[in-house]
Design a binder for this molecule. Structure first.
Ligand code: ZN
Length: 199
């Protein structure tokens, strides 16, 4: 992702999309001393004083191992229609050695197609990483299609037509090379396609 990724993070933070999700931060859990074999507890998310969600968690007790290897999450999801469903999810932990001693933990995203090492998981109903929930990419995609549509409108005006992407594409102006016309039309059609994808 590189530099582009960090920009996305900022935008995403400002937009506050994250508030729609319940987050689990492995660093917080570690700081509170929860990520030790045999520990268990409950995490609750409040809006004001009202509890909006909660999950239970257990760290499995592994023999001969000070560093916990997996956390099990269990919770009940109540869909808008239908019956409540009990869910269980095992999240494996990875530990990396710190420069100044000790270890720091990472969640392994429990989506089998992902398995990224991440600090934060977002629920729900599944507690997956931000990549799996598409959090950071939503705004990036909108930006791209917005740019393409603006460009398409500009091209249409340049050809002497209407900026409305639903109207027929303008004819080739006299004096313009066919090659130029085709290139512009192709670019404009990419923008129109990104509009129809958004509905
Ligand atoms: Zn993931």
């Amino acid at each position: 992702m590189g530099g582009q990724g960090s920009g996305t993070w900022e935008r995403w933070d400002r937009k506050g999309t994250v508030e729609e999700y319940h987050t689990l931060d492995v660093r917080t859990m570690h700081r509170r001393g929860w990520l030790r074999p045999g520990m268990q507890g409950k995490i609750r998310w409040l809006r004001g004083k009202r509890e909006v969600a909660s999950i239970g968690w257990t760290v499995w007790d592994e023999e001969d191992d000070d560093l916990a290897q997996e956390v099990e999450l269990y919770y009940t999801v109540t869909p808008t229609t239908g019956n409540p469903e009990d869910l269980r999810s095992t999240v494996f932990l990875e530990w990396t050695r710190c420069n100044y001693g000790g270890h720091r933990p990472w969640f392994t995203c429990p989506n089998p197609a992902c398995n990224r090492c991440v600090a934060i998981l977002y629920g729900g109903p599944c507690f997956y990483c931000r990549h799996c929930h598409n959090l950071a990419y939503e705004s990036q995609r909108e930006d791209l299609s917005g740019r393409l549509r603006r460009k398409a409108r500009k091209i249409r005006r340049r050809l002497g037509g209407s900026a409305d992407l639903r109207e027929d594409f303008p004819q080739k102006p006299t004096g313009m090379h066919w090659r130029t016309y085709h290139r512009l039309r192709q670019e404009a059609e990419r923008g129109a396609a990104s509009q129809s994808r958004l509905g």
